[in-house]
Design a protein around this ligand. Structure first.
Ligand SMILES: Cc1cc2nc3c(=O)[nH]c(=O)nc-3n(C[C@H](O)[C@H](O)[C@H](O)COP(=O)(O)O)c2cc1C
Length: 154
């Protein structure tokens, strides 16, 4: 893919776990990373592929990403991918974001999820938190492999 044709919109509020994945993806895709608050609708015309990612909070992506997706202008088959980090791996937690994007005409060409460190509430009493040191180097390599698949598919 030519340079500067991929945009990644990512928010990562708990431990910057998802941001680490966004950086690995961006490195492979020559992508620009922005936060939902930095998004301007007209940006999208300049990009062939858009990645949407955040941590999972109470079974869904971050509310700022979900609301950005529901406010998007309708597109004709714009290609997109979804990514997340979470305690438990389950692509079903991508459902809300996926539904919002598909309702706006986005074609979801891939989904990536990865374990992320979690020490919210009671989990901090379980050996200081769950999924320590995740994402790790192997996770970042998997993210890069996923990015290469996205290049092939787009
Ligand atoms: C308030 C809160 C709610 C969470 N809810 C879930 C959840 O429903 N399912 C899950 O697997 N992980 C859950 N997690 C864990 C996060 O998804 C995980 O730590 C993620 O890596 C955080 O990403 P971030 O550092 O990019 O914000 C939750 C974490 C917090 C702080």
């Amino acid at each position: 893919m030519s340079d500067d044709r991929v945009l990644i919109i990512c928010t990562s509020v708990h431990h910057q776990n998802t941001f680490k994945i966004a950086e690995a993806l961006a490195e492979e895709l020559n992508a620009k990373i922005i936060k939902p608050s930095e998004f301007r609708g007209e940006d999208l015309d300049s990009y062939d592929l858009i990645g949407f990612g955040s941590g999972i909070y109470n079974g869904k992506h971050h509310p700022s990403l979900l609301s950005l997706a529901s406010d998007l202008d309708t597109q004709t088959n714009k290609k997109a991918f979804i990514f997340s980090t979470s305690t438990i791996l389950a692509k079903s937690m991508h459902r809300a974001l996926k539904d919002n994007l598909q309702a706006k005409g986005y074609q979801i060409i891939g989904e990536f999820c990865c374990r992320g460190f979690m020490n919210h509430r009671f989990t901090k009493y379980i050996l200081g938190g769950l999924n320590k040191n995740r994402p790790n180097a192997d996770d970042l390599e998997e993210a890069k492999q996923f990015a290469r698949k996205m290049i092939e598919k787009s």
